[in-house]
Design a protein around this ligand. Structure first.
Ligand SMILES: [Zn+2]
Length: 130
């Protein structure tokens, strides 16, 4: 039978005896020298991680027609706007993120606007114009 205290100390001892996490190395894609795994730039040459990966991002322009359709859809169906917005904002390029933000704003606005409009219509229907 072991008490929780001995368990904890055994656990701690195990952790101490474990060797430190090995430092992983990789090779700089520019000069080929060994650099730290998580390094975002190479200390030996001018290579930088960001510039290389940014080139990989494909620019995917959104046609004006589809953009308008997306906005109109978001304005009419708030849920669609929020879903489309979330989808577009996950994209890497600036244009999609911008359109996604607009959809999200339109969608969220309508979530609050729609019940107000419906309530107003209902109010008029029930009570009339006076
Ligand atoms: Zn390098």
């Amino acid at each position: 039978m072991s008490s929780p205290t001995t368990n904890v100390s055994a656990f701690a001892g195990e952790g101490l005896s474990k060797p430190a996490a090995p430092v992983r190395d990789r090779f700089c894609p520019s000069c080929g020298r060994s650099i730290a795994w998580e390094a975002l730039s190479c200390p030996h040459c001018q290579w930088r991680q960001g510039e290389g990966s940014r080139l990989m991002v494909q620019h995917d322009p959104i046609p004006a027609g589809r953009r308008t359709l997306t906005y109109v859809g978001s304005a009419l169906v708030p849920l669609l706007g929020i879903i489309l917005g979330a989808m577009y904002m996950g994209r890497a390029d600036e244009e999609h993120r911008h359109v996604g933000m607009m959809c999200l704003v339109l969608g969220v606005l309508n979530v609050f606007l729609l019940p107000t409009v419906l309530a107003a219509v209902l109010y008029v229907m029930v009570l009339g114009w006076g």
